[in-house]
Structures are given as structure tokens and as C-alpha cells.
Design a protein around this ligand. Structure first.
Ligand code: ADP
Ligand code: F6P
Length: 479
């Protein structure tokens, strides 16, 4: 199968962004037609605001399988204004999705790169399609990029693409950015195809990671596996090229979050939300994709125990968890959903009363204005992943606290903790510490909260996503 181009077409784009997903995903409406909705996750949130519509094409998958000759497959991707730039679909069949996306990407690489929180599976029948689909992306990109164009490859689903693309199109400038953590040798070396992955990544001119720790893990693993030289931050690829390896902490469109938080409609909606929740003394919030890396269970457990011990009063405290559905066909995610909903149901049964409902759970994506109102309304944001590449939600909360109030409780294992040192940092594995810090943050005085929030805001406002993409693309141009 070949891809579908909606835009200028063959070999005409100066910048090609490649990610497993397009920035919009197809959704079937009850009348059989297709709607395109913004794709979930941090990658799209980050890239969306920085793309130049004129000269850029985004290459990726529509989010639903497309079988050969299927006339009812998603359509309408070419309608004006659907995406931030031209879009080019790489079709995946149901079998591809199962082996490449649900299999190798999300049952092998995702858990392995997140500290093996869930046990990674190593299946040869997942690896072969991973190779084939990376080749499919290489073929499509090679047909779209102009002579000497820049290609920016994103994330763990496409780690073989840089080298495959270099073989087809040595004229291209190829950058690669990993949005998730890059693990230490103790974990990465489990991967039966570790040499292939490292060689694939070193096809790029520049390889970027979220944190200095991830970049250093990669440099040392690459040098060890390929028995190659290291030259400061650079690694020598098997073909003798020098590849620059560096940390580029991703960020958000900070001014947009700041502006949305100041809008009168957001302020009004935030106070409406508080009123609808019974005007609690303390409003705590969690916002995540429903993923086992996010530590949603950590928060529910902490809240339940704090209610049970009397440290927090369910009559005047409300915890709202908003979760976006994610990877619903992968077994671990189905298990997680059942587990979270059981925990929430028990917590509510034990601590809710006829007059008080201390826990609310929404299992759906919110639109940006509603999310902004939640960020503004919450006294405390709970971001407690066991491991996270960055975590944009933490930065979005900070950018939305325009009055420099509110507390951020943040896992030290989120990439964001490197920059947001003034958050209330926690080890999500230490349940007692999480509880202690939640209470400490709720009791913190206004001057302590202001000191912390103003320093975090300065960081997030000054290091926004435009700066992130510009510094990556500048370094790529010079690589
Ligand atoms: P990940 O990339 O692992 O999903 P991030 O925290 O980096 O995690 O990014 C998640 C992005 O998805 C953020 O921009 C956040 O605002 C958005 N998001 C998460 N949950 C929801 C939700 N329920 N409704 C709307 N947006 C959400
Ligand atoms: O940031 C990690 C990531 O896998 C991104 O690639 C994507 O933005 C997000 O999580 C959502 O994942 P998926 O595309 O599997 O729904």
C-alpha cells in the first residue's frame, strides 16, 4: 500500500515532520462519515503551534486501520484547516496496527523505556513488522522531501527510520527526537534488537532526548554496542559520520496557556466549576492519558488514605481525575482501566456521603478552554508518574497559574522535574512521602506558594515550545 498525499505532492517540501500519528486522528460518526479530531498526547500538543503551514508536511498514520481497497476507510483529510500544515497519511492495516503499534511499539518499547514498569514482551513476529513499517515510512518521506530538505523524525515508533532514510536520500538533513525516556544500559540491553535500534537512530545527523540523563544513556550504550568512539557529546556512527547527541527538553506554547487562563470566560468557568463541586476548601486535580506510567493509582491511594486517616476531610476536599482514553486494545491498558475504576469506586463508597462526593473521574478528552478552567480552578495539581519523558501537563498547569498561586506536586521521575525544581517533588513509590507532601502543599502559605510558582513560571514562560523547536532545528542545520 502507498500513502495518500494531500498538499503539494512529490519532492516539494522543505520540512518533513514524521511521527507515528498525524496531528489529527479519524473518528467514525454514527452516520458512517468521518470526523478528524486532534490526536492525544504530548507530541501533538508540542508541535502543533510551531509548524510553518507553507512549506511543511506532516507524515503519519490516521489512527484507524485501512485495509487494501477499503472504500469506507477514513476520508476528508484534505479539507482545508484540518491540520496545522499539509498532511500525508501512511496507511496501516489491522494486522500492522496489532504488530507494529500495539505490539512492538506499545508492548515492547514503551514499557522497556519506562523502567519496565509493565513487563516488556519480545516477539519476533512484532519486530519484523516494525522493520517493514519503518521502511514504509522511509519510502513515503523519500517521495515528499525536496532536495536537501530537513526531515524531523519523532519518537520511539520510528527509531529505524533515520538510517533507512539516509540510505534512500543521503542529501537530506535528518533530525530525530525521542519524546519518552531513553533507558539505562541495564534495561536497554535486554532488547534482542538493540544493535539495530542504535544503528537506526545513528542514521540521523542530530539525535535529541528530553533530559541530559537520557542523552548520556544513549551515548554510552551506542559507544559500547558499536565499539565506537565518543567525542564529548558526539557519537561516531558505523559509517564514520559524527552524530551530535543532546538534550532538548520539550515545552508548551506557554503564552497561549497564560492567555487562555486570563480570559474572562476561563475565570468565570473556573469559579462555576468550583461552585458545581460544592466550593471545596481544597480542589486537587489530575490530568493524564490513561497510562500505567502516569501513577494515577499513586494519587488515588494517597487521597483514600488521607481521607481514611482524617488528615483530609472528604466534606471539604475534592479530587478530580480527568483521563483521556489511550491504547484501549492493549491488554495492560485494559487492566489499568479496570484497576483504576475499581479503586475509584471503592474510594467513593468508603468516603463519599450523601452530601459530599470527594472524588470525580472523567474518562474523556476535554477541549482546551475547559482544561484551562480546570487548571485555573485547582489548588493543587497531582503529577505523579513512575517515569515520564517530560510531562507537559505539569508545564501547562504552571503556565495557567497567572496569579502565581496553586501548588504543583511533581514526581522526581518526570523529565519536567529537571526544570521545575521548585515544585513539591515526590518519589511516587514512597506512599507515605506522597501523602506527607500533599498535606504540606495544601497547608503551604501564600508566600511559599508564590515563590515556588513564580520561579517555575519564569522557567516555563522563557523556555517555551517555540524555543525548543528553534534550538533543535538550528542545531540540526549546523550539524
Ligand atoms: P503524554 O505525551 O504521555 O500523553 P504529556 O503530559 O506530555 O503526556 O502530554 C499530554 C497532553 O495531552 C497535554 O498537552 C495535555 O493537556 C493533553 N491531555 C491529557 N489529558 C487530557 C484530557 N483529558 N483532555 C484534554 N487534553 C488532555
Ligand atoms: O509522548 C509519547 C506518545 O507516545 C506520543 O508519541 C504520543 O503523542 C502520545 O504518547 C500518545 O500516544 P498514542 O499515539 O499511542 O495514542
Amino acid at each position: 500500500m502507498t500513502g495518500r498525499a494531500y498538499g503539494r505532492g512529490v519532492n516539494s517540501y522543505d520540512l518533513v515532520v514524521v511521527a507515528n500519528r498525524l496531528p489529527v486522528s479519524a473518528e467514525r460518526l454514527p452516520d458512517g462519515s468521518w470526523a478528524w479530531r486532534r490526536s492525544p498526547g504530548g507530541l501533538v500538543s508540542a508541535l502543533d503551534p510551531v509548524l510553518e503551514p507553507e512549506s511543511t508536511v506532516w507524515v503519519g498514520w490516521s489512527g484507524v486501520p485501512r485495509e487494501d481497497g477499503d472504500s469506507s476507510a477514513p476520508s476528508g483529510l484534505d479539507a482545508p484547516g484540518i491540520g496545522p500544515c499539509a498532511l500525508h497519511e501512511v496507511p496501516l492495516t489491522g494486522a500492522d496496527v496489532e504488530a507494529f503499534y500495539e505490539g512492538f511499539s506499545n508492548s515492547t518499547l514503551w514499557p522497556l523505556y519506562h523502567d519496565a514498569i509493565a513487563t516488556p514482551v519480545y516477539h519476533r513476529h512484532h519486530w519484523t513488522p516494525y522493520v517493514e513499517i519503518n521502511q514504509r515510512f522511509a519510502r513515503e518521506v523519500a517521495g515528499l522531501a525536496a532536495e536537501g530538505a530537513t526531515v524531523w523524525v519523532h519518537d520511539y515508533q520510528l527509531q529505524l527510520l533515520p538510517q533507512m532514510l539516509r540510505e534512500r536520500r543521503p542529501d537530506l538533513k535528518i533530525g530525530y527526537f525521542l519524546h519518552i525516556p531513553f533507558p539505562p544500559a541495564e534495561l536497554f540491553l535486554q532488547l534482542p534488537w538493540r544493535g539495530e535500534i542504535v544503528t537506526g537512530l545513528l542514521g540521523a545527523d542530530l539525535v535529541g532526548f528530553q533530559t541530559p540523563g537520557g542523552a548520556e544513556n544513549f551515548r554510552s550504550i551506542a559507544a559500547r554496542l558499536l565499539d565506537s568512539e565518543r567525542n564529548g557529546p558526539d557519537v561516531v556512527a558505523p559509517d564514520g559520520r559524527t552524530v551530535h547527541v543532546e538534550a532538548y527538553p520539550i515545552s508548551i506554547d506557554s503564552a497561549a496557556y497564560d492567555g487562555r487562563a486570563r480570559a474572562p470566560r476561563t475565570i468565570e468557568r473556573a469559579s462555576e466549576l468550583r461552585a458545581e463541586l460544592g466550593n471545596p476548601k481544597h480542589l486537587l486535580l489530575g490530568v493524564d492519558r490513561l497510562d500505567y506510567t502516569k501513577g494515577i493509582d499513586v494519587r488515588i491511594k494517597a487521597m483514600t488514605e488521607l481521607f481514611a486517616s482524617g488528615a483530609l476531610d472528604p466534606e471539604d476536599t475534592v479530587f478530580v481525575q480527568i483521563a483521556t482514553p489511550s491504547r484501549e486494545n492493549v491488554e495492560e491498558y485494559q487492566r489499568l482501566r479496570a484497576e483504576i475504576e475499581l479503586m475509584l469506586g471503592r474510594a467513593l463508597a468508603d468516603h463519599g456521603t450523601i452530601s459530599a462526593r470527594p472524588i470525580h473521574y472523567l474518562y474523556r478528552p476535554l477541549d482546551p478552554d475547559e482544561l484551562a478552567a480546570f487548571y485555573r480552578a485547582a489548588d493543587l495539581m497531582l503529577v505523579t508518574p513512575y517515569r515520564d519523558g517530560m510531562n507537559l501537563v505539569a508545564k501547562e498547569y504552571v503556565a495557567s497559574r497567572v496569579d502565581e498561586d496553586g501548588a504543583l506536586v511533581l514526581s522526581e521521575f518526570a523529565g519536567a522535574a529537571v526544570e521545575l525544581e521548585d515544585a513539591f517533588l515526590v518519589n511516587p513509590y514512597d506512599a507515605e512521602q506522597v501523602k506527607r507532601v500533599v498535606v504540606e502543599a495544601l497547608e503551604a502559605g501564600p508566600s511559599d506558594l508564590r515563590r515556588r510558582m513564580s520561579s517555575m513560571r519564569a522557567q516555563v514562560i522563557n523556555h517555551d515550545v517555540a524555543r525548543w523547536s528553534q534550538s533543535f532545528l538550528d542545531d540540526l542545520a549546523n550539524a
